[in-house]
Design a protein around this ligand. Sequence first.
Ligand SMILES: Cc1cc2nc3c(=O)[nH]c(=O)nc-3n(C[C@H](O)[C@H](O)[C@H](O)COP(=O)(O)OP(=O)(O)OC[C@H]3O[C@@H](n4cnc5c(N)ncnc54)[C@H](O)[C@@H]3O)c2cc1C
Length: 468
Amino acid sequence: MLSPQDLSPETIAVTFAKTSRSPKPFDEIAAELTDERSAQFHEKWVVGYGHASVAEHTVLHLALEYVSRLAIETIEGNRLASYTEKSTRYQTWDGTDFHVPKEVRGTQFESPYIDTCNLLFDTYASLAAKTSAYLHETTAREDGESETAFARRIKSDATDVCRFLLPAASLANVGMTINARALEYAICKMLSHPLIEVREIGETLREVGMREAPTLIKYANCNDYMVATRNKMHDEGVKVQNRDDGADFTLIDYDQAGEEAVLAAILFRFGSGRDYHSCLEYVRTLSGAQRQELFETLMSDRGKYDQPLREFEYAQMTFDVVMDQGAYFEFKRHRMMTQTVQPLTADLGFALPKVIMDCGCEKEYLQAMRQAGELSAELAEWNPDVASYILPNGYNRRVLFTMNLREAFHFCRLRAAKNAHFSIRRVAYRVAEAINQIYPLLGKYLEVPPNETHQGITDKYFSKTKIN
Ligand SMILES: Cc1cc2nc3c(=O)[nH]c(=O)nc-3n(C[C@H](O)[C@H](O)[C@H](O)COP(=O)(O)OP(=O)(O)OC[C@H]3O[C@@H](n4cnc5c(N)ncnc54)[C@H](O)[C@@H]3O)c2cc1C
């Protein structure tokens, strides 16, 4: 064990790197190194010869406080890193917990921006009290449930509903564990970002990174290519005529022979010496019942916490899905897929949770949501990036993603579970239902609670999913 308590992060990385050239034990290599020699090594091998993976052995734990949830999207936009952030489900927000962007300060938008944030947070607090009281009255206590457990459940259900009002400007803390290679790229993205807040976070991370791993973070700068591409491709993108038919869930594409590919790859792995084509041809000779039997053999010993085999990754699907921002914030945390999200705008409307309607708070909710949407549309004319800050979690967003069947198993199990938020449960059920259509032999093993559907969840928890 090379302890970070004894050695600097860069020295650890160089010690590992040097084992590729030196037969000496690790502790001897480490003992010969100084911070200066480590830096020289990095300069030569990592920077000079492109042996960049060495930087992955330097791992930093970064604690970011009071950053907006909008900025968190960029902070967490790195696949090869780990995060834990303040939850909108298990914590509540105070009325002052919002970010006022520097772009807005001193402009004609400053007052309306602050007023709208205040309105959203006041409505959030007001609805938290009202929905709690309503749910307390109308929810049946479970057998053996204590008063404290019941009160906790009610508070949590109310918080799940009120979070629709929290704007992307809401401040939160996030802990990030990341290696220096991924951090360098993450900082580049932040320094190239259109929002001042994100660029400032990037500067701070660069300063901190330079203290801990000076050679490895040295080349993290604003990237001209990223900036130019964003601007140029935006100009191209707006030329596209929208043929939007209002669909909020589309399976765009999938591997038609996905189940065959998964099965053939598994036989390839365990059949010792058979080439892939032979495995595939063999699978194609099997009847539906025989394939089902093979899958049953494959899945029957699988325990509750066992992941499907890696070969499930040979079946890929691409979806275009509209989900509310609250759901997206959870969705984006799933790193084993390719996601492309559109900017958060008011264009796709917002959702109205049923409890808000049932407890008679519809008017209050609609007023706050509409004011936020109108201000965002106005801000968008001036600065579209800043316009996202004011939009609450209830506003919808379109996400394109490609996931494989292995990640789909994981995603559906975690996000269709009864303890997940109903916004993301809807998405998880819809994904599971689509998989059952295209991959029925494997879809039946997806672990989603039985007797529920995405439509059932929508009807139970939403009065409307799209209000313009
Ligand atoms: C009930 C519940 C409550 C939650 N509460 C919070 C909360 O309060 N705050 C919060 O920040 N998040 C919270 N989350 C989010 C959660 O911590 C995960 O980040 C999120 O669900 C993404 O799933 P995942 O990390 O399992 O894997 P994905 O990113 O979907 O990856 C799939 C799998 O790949 C593997 N994997 C991926 N990346 C790594 C890695 N870096 N190291 C090792 N293995 C990896 C794991 O096996 C993982 O399960 C909550 C999730 C649930 C379901």
